[in-house]
Design a protein around this ligand. Sequence first.
Ligand code: COS
Length: 381
Amino acid sequence: MIRDQETLTLLLDSISRFVRERLVPQEHHVADTDQIPDDIVQEMKDMGLFGMSIPEAYGGMGLTMEEEVLAGFEIATTSPAFRSLFATNNGIGAQGIVIDGTPAQKAKYLPKIVTGEIIGSFALTEPDSGSDAASLRTTAVKEGDHYLINGTKRYITNAPEAGIFTVMARTDVTNKRSGGISAFIVEKGTSGVSLGQIDKKMGQKGAHTCDVMFDNVRVPAENLIGAKEGIGFKTAMKVLDKGRLNIAAASTGAAERMLADAVRYAKERKQFGKAIGEFQLIQAMLADSKAEIYAARCMVIDAARKRDEGLNVNTEASCAKMFASEMCGRVADRAVQIFGGAGYLAEYGIERFYRDVRLFRIYEGTTQIQQLVIARNLLSA
Ligand code: COS
């Protein structure tokens, strides 16, 4: 749903200009240093990018899902590391509070998430619990007006920068599956919270992940999301329904960028006496990419509209995430192919995208988990 086209157009134009003029020129620098410069982070804050999806009542833009994916397409036309920094505040690092938080939890944390004063991070995955999220082993034992949390979380995006974590932990150890899980807001400064080394990744330099360890961490009972035990897994799944749409939008935007780079190169690069874009085998790769990007874009917008209508988009979010991320991988591969030898060299940047977008098919649920969700929903209908 688009609430006001004029306001949205202004936002999309300003994001597009910011990406073109400020972020694209910094892509190599961020990849080389593994850091997003402070002045860029400040500009992101000033533009309100940390609070796009947070309700206006807490100072955010309150974008609808359709508006958010349109913004997501634009933001994703540069290195994914830039979006990653504020994406958890709009997505998985804050949505647990937005969707299921108590009024007091929202009032306490959301205004600071909006400004980027605190970064929100989502702590679900563990060393032995990835795709099978319901098997997680982190425990939260109630002691008076506190919970004592123990366990280790792995691959946690933005953990090094985070001010709060949404931590899924088992409050009922007799229930080994999803019904025993609750979600908590844990502040980073709490005694017993510690971080592992920043992970060395294949790509997405500038976006950081690491382990987060909880050693007898005392969390006030008021930080139990929704003030109810046993609903934490469902909170996580609802968060991921939205997160998967955001990753689908990011995949689509990144594919658009790679195709634009490939088209430009195909016009400039000459072989056999003419631009390689005049050869039909190159044209086929460009055309397939364009059609697939268009299909992904339509899927993402349709699923976003359905979510705005209040429909259950579990299936649609998984379809969009699966199709768009796999499509993005194919476009990345073709783009490298069109660049030829230059595609394999760091200075042309396309190999960096090839590595960066590989993650889209893995995080927030692998392609295989999306297949499982879609098929289960089909068979149980
Ligand atoms: N919204 C609301 N509730 C949901 C839901 C959703 N999207 N998905 C599942 N649930 C509910 C189910 O209805 C079920 O409720 P009941 O117990 O009341 O029947 C409960 O949650 C458990 O669901 P389910 O039985 O489907 O759980 P499973 O353990 O079989 O597996 C999958 C669920 C595999 C889909 C889940 O573990 C998953 O998404 N894994 C991938 C994790 C992931 O994406 N990790 C990335 C980390 S973030 S980067």
